[in-house]
Design a protein. Structure first.
Length: 465
């Protein structure tokens, strides 16, 4: 029992120490560093709206640097940076209780969530009331006590927090079980409850019509149908883009069960599920794409996984020599059936990548290449790793996908270094000297095997000694 208490206190103390060093690094990255960005390099309105108030005086690239240092995503890095700055300024009593081991991390985060946007006086008054008994108070009870005293000292806090939460509302996807995902729609609570009840009513209609699936599955199916409305042809058509990366042998009906998995928008699914998706889209035989869709075939090196070319079906036929007009062959010579083949698109002298280059780079990278970033290619820029103004060619070997935020950091932020290696790996170096490397999905850079030992290659001893 004593060891459990000691471990909890040690974890809380280390968390408090981490907050102190993160806050110290943040203070070395003041917002004045962004002055060199200019208006062109500044964040957009969405980034400004999503920026936590606690980071208002910190450089725009600090969260990205912290994410690279810790090897985590930027959402986690942003949360840690906000907590560190609040604990070492407005919530120093909470930080002290953590450092002394009298408060767990979970309880500290309850106070951070409720008191982070209050004034210093209100935060000090609430902490002086709730911290003395926080060690023996369960987390749920501590949250209720904190809310009571917060609303007693700041009557407008509840309405202010509600408005701030509404401004942060969004729609996002979460991975759940294998091959499944959760579509989360945030909004005012009364509207969310009304939407849930409407979906449940439609699911009961389906059950009364004879559908025997579990009611939860019926609710999920009804909700997706209400959004996608596959039966409604009176509205303007809206095409949803679905990017699938799969090996062609795995898509055959007779593919073995151990066929390699496929990737759908950055999520791995089984080859069988991929065949089902393609069959529903009438693409299993590479037939006509749906309205607004397209079919591209990526050719990868089987040894390294390197994406060599991305082509349409017409380009594949031309590359194979099918349908080409050929001159009359010499007398007695067999007609040629060889085509020109496929390869990476050639470099261009212009600044903007060609359509073929953009197609190969987005298919090759599939997401932002910044370590820890998962933004899809549709939300990314095609960036010259060696700037075009410095002589960097507009060639696939010098292009990669970077989202707008990391594109700005790479172009304008001080002391960052981005290097694209010949094998496709991108090396990112932070101002503090930490380096991380990302590889294009699907590529594998296995180290060469160790050379055989001398006794394994030596000829047999004729004397048997």
């Amino acid at each position: 029992m004593a060891d459990i208490w000691s471990t909890d206190a040690h974890i809380a103390r280390e968390y408090a120490h981490q907050a102190a060093v993160i806050a110290e690094l943040a203070r070395r990255r003041r917002r004045e560093r962004d002055a060199a960005f200019g208006e062109r390099g500044g964040p957009g309105p969405d980034a400004v709206a999503a920026r936590p108030a606690a980071l208002a005086d910190v450089s725009d690239d600090f969260v990205s640097e912290l994410a690279v240092i810790r090897g985590c995503g930027e959402s986690e890095a942003s949360r840690l940076a906000v907590e560190a700055l609040l604990l070492t300024t407005k919530l120093t009593p909470t930080w002290g209780a953590l450092y002394e081991g009298r408060l767990t991390i979970r309880k500290a985060r309850i106070l951070l969530d409720l008191l982070g946007d209050t004034t210093d006086d209100v935060a000090a008054a609430v902490q002086s009331t709730v911290l003395p008994g926080a060690a023996d108070c369960p987390p749920g009870r501590l949250g209720d006590r904190t809310r009571y005293h917060l609303y007693r000292h700041d009557a407008a806090a509840r309405e202010r927090r509600r408005r701030q939460a509404e401004r942060r509302a969004d729609v996002h996807v979460e991975r759940t079980a294998e091959g499944l995902g959760r579509l989360v729609i945030e909004g005012p609570f009364p509207l969310v409850v009304a939407a849930r009840d409407a979906i449940g009513t439609y699911a009961l209609f389906a059950r009364n019509d004879g559908y025997t699936e579990p009611i939860g599955l019926l609710r999920a199916t009804v909700a997706l149908d209400l959004l996608l409305r596959p039966w409604d042809t009176s509205r303007p058509p809206v095409t949803a883009q679905l990017t699938i990366h799969a090996a062609i042998p795995a898509l055959r009906p007779d593919a073995p069960a151990e066929a390699p998995p496929a990737e759908v928008d950055g999520t791995w699914i089984s080859a069988a599920q991929c065949r089902q998706v393609l069959a529903e889209l009438d693409l299993l035989g590479l037939g006509p794409p749906p309205p607004g869709g397209s079919v591209h075939v990526a050719l990868d090196d089987p040894a390294t996984g390197r994406t060599v070319a991305v082509a349409t079906r017409a380009e594949l036929r031309r590359a194979a020599g099918i349908g080409r007009r050929r001159s009359r062959p010499p007398a007695g010579a067999a007609p040629s059936t060889d085509g020109p083949g496929l390869g990476p698109p050639p470099p261009t002298r212009g600044y903007r990548p060609t359509a073929a280059q953009r197609r190969l780079v987005t298919t090759r990278d599939r997401r932002c290449r910044m370590p820890g970033c998962t933004r899809r290619p549709g939300r990314c820029d095609i960036d010259h790793v060696t700037p075009h103004a410095d002589g960097g060619p507009t060639a696939c070997a010098n292009l990669c996908c970077l989202c707008r935020r990391h594109h700005r950091i790479k172009t304008f932020a001080r002391d960052w270094t981005f290097t694209l290696l010949p094998d496709g790996r991108l090396v990112v170096r932070t101002p503090a000297g930490v380096t991380r490397t990302t590889s294009p999905p699907g590529w594998h850079h296995d180290p060469p095997p160790d050379p055989p030992e001398l006794d394994e290659t030596a000829p047999p001893d004729p004397h048997g000694t």
